[in-house]
Write a protein that binds this ligand. Sequence first.
Ligand SMILES: [Zn+2]
Ligand SMILES: [Zn+2]
Length: 190
Amino acid sequence: MSTRQGPPKHQNKVAWKPHAGQKINETEVGGKFRPYSDITGVCARCKDQIDWKRRYGKYKPLSEPAKCQRCSKRAVRQAYHNLCTSCAKEHGVCAKCCCKTDKIVGRDITEVEAERKAVEDALKHARERDRRTLLRAMSKGSSEPKESEGSKIIDRSREGELFPAKSIDEYVAQAVENNIRDQQDSLICN
Ligand SMILES: [Zn+2]
Ligand SMILES: [Zn+2]
């Protein structure tokens, strides 16, 4: 074994890239348009390991849910996890190495779910005008709208682009439907 210390003698100038020179289909899982989902429910060490696989082109996403090693249900939805989310949470362990840890990486999936539900509820009960503002903010992400609020209200001709649905309720229903579809899609994304 080498006892040499310090940085490598011939350090790469540019970080190594997997599949360099190969054309990537950006609409495939892991491409620009369908990025991998966040690594959650594991300890920091396992997160690093999964992250390494992603960075070096070794990551193999799950095509269908895997069996949980504790409850034997097909409920493991993230690649390289050994336990399902509920088992890992119940025992307070990392979903990959099953070590007891109090530092779990990423947000709790049930927490995220609850938050989304809260937003949907808020949308249902909000006034029409507030709903529009909220939906617009959500669809734009964090970026601030460049046009002023006033000009948007006057310019009704462009509303069809922003709201393909006939009514706000229809739009919310569509959004919920899309969410369900996204959830199904995320199976392959993980
Ligand atoms: Zn389980
Ligand atoms: Zn772990």
